[in-house]
Design a protein around this ligand. Structure first.
Ligand SMILES: NC(=O)CC[C@H](N)C(=O)O
Length: 373
């Protein structure tokens, strides 16, 4: 077998892309999705929302700045597999400690390089994010066997994954400077930068396991409740939806991001559905329905809340609206309760690599807690 055919990315519909092993050698299964971010691969790889997904980078050159000890969004790499076109042979950055390839190997993450990521991305864009696998070295099998393995694997619809990534024990991120507020943050796969951005605004953040009850949330005496991002299908979050409804009932200020937006949407009576290929990148335009302003945002989601741009609707907690939508496809990007202190966005105001247009949403949360006090 030549080096050129020593790794394969296999899709459930039978399409196979050949390349070379990158990172660990072996095999892995997951949902194949693409990200258009040209920078921030370390944050992408360590974002718990990517659990069980094989990430394809559309940017052809990845790994140029190596791997550092500062930018991780969690304690480990969560992606199930990694596919890149042209990895850096020599990383170069003053913060780099090792190469991306070394780090993938160290953490046992199976990857593939040298494949045609452009054709692969166009395929996923047309036929949708689907199950796939990367096979390399001794784990390469006949095409038929590899496709069979992929077809036998679990898909993303109905996947209940946040339990795999949540914290086992509560922990506290102290406020920077004077403490002004306490927030109970439900960890469905929270990224390190989220508590950090709240802490910078004088918030003491109590990060709680995803199965926390209302009593456990109230025991930290919160001024507000936060729902984090996270992996899997939002249709599996019944327990968190119920908790959210209890929080809305008590009129405690609530802010949700991504998975949190989907949970608030469900708590307000909306359904969620799987997008064809999702939104993953750091330049996705979002329109604020009330002001008409556009923000360029970082995103990583495969599901969305049902709704129309600017739509107003009745809920068990008063009127609500679709506050933001995507300029590309019109899908729901934000929700706001008009008769209560709750809002959420489908994108990432905490994005470290990426635009900062949405960062003021954390200030909006602070304002909401100030008004509600
Ligand atoms: N980043 C997230 O929170 C993703 C939410 C959800 N898992 C989705 O794919 O839509």
């Amino acid at each position: 077998m030549t080096a050129h055919t020593s790794a394969a990315l296999v899709l459930e519909d039978g399409r196979i892309f050949r390349g070379e092993p990158y990172g660990a050698v072996g095999h892995t299964l997951g949902e194949v999705v693409f990200s258009t971010g040209m920078t921030g691969y370390q944050e992408t790889l360590t974002d718990p929302s990517y659990h069980r997904q094989i990430v394809v980078q559309t940017a052809p050159q990845i790994g140029n700045t190596g791997w550092n000890d500062e930018d991780d969004e969690s304690a480990r790499i969560w992606v199930a597999g990694y596919a890149v076109r042209d990895p850096a042979r020599v990383p170069s950055n003053w913060r780099s400690r090792r190469s991306l390839d070394d780090e993938l190997q160290r953490q046992g993450i199976v990857g593939i390089s040298g494949l045609d990521t452009r054709t692969l991305t166009r395929h996923v864009r047309e036929f949708g994010a689907m199950r796939g696998g990367i096979f390399s070295g001794h784990d390469i099998r006949s095409d038929e066997e590899m496709v069979d393995k992929v077809v036998a694997s679990a898909g993303m619809v109905g996947a209940d994954l946040a339990g795999d990534v949540t914290t086992a024990e509560p922990y506290v991120v102290p406020a920077v400077g004077e403490k002004r507020f306490t927030v109970a943050a439900l960890d469905l796969g929270i990224k390190s930068n989220t508590p950090r951005m709240m802490a910078q605004r004088g918030i003491e953040v109590h990060v709680l396991p995803l199965s926390s009850s209302l009593d456990e949330v109230l025991s930290v005496n919160p001024d507000g409740v936060f729902l984090s991002n996270g992996p899997g299908d939002p249709a599996t979050t019944d327990q968190q939806v119920e908790l959210t409804r209890q929080v809305l009932d008590r009129k405690l200020p609530l802010f949700g991001i991504c998975f949190g937006n989907q949970i608030l949407g469900r708590a307000l009576g909306r359904g969620t559905y799987k997008l064809r290929y999702g939104h993953r990148g750091i330049n996705i335009p979002v329109i604020d329905a009330e002001t008409g302003k556009v923000a360029i945002t970082a995103q990583n989601h495969g599901f969305a809340v049902e709704g129309e741009p600017g739509e107003r609707f009745d809920t068990d907690f008063g009127r609500a609206m679709v506050s933001h939508h995507c300029a590309n496809d019109g899908s729901v990007e934000g929700l706001r309760l008009l008769d209560g202190p709750a809002f959420s966005v489908q994108y990432h105001p905490e994005a470290a690599a990426g635009p900062h247009d949405a960062a003021p949403l954390f200030d909006q949360f602070v304002d909401l807690m100030t008004e509600t006090r």
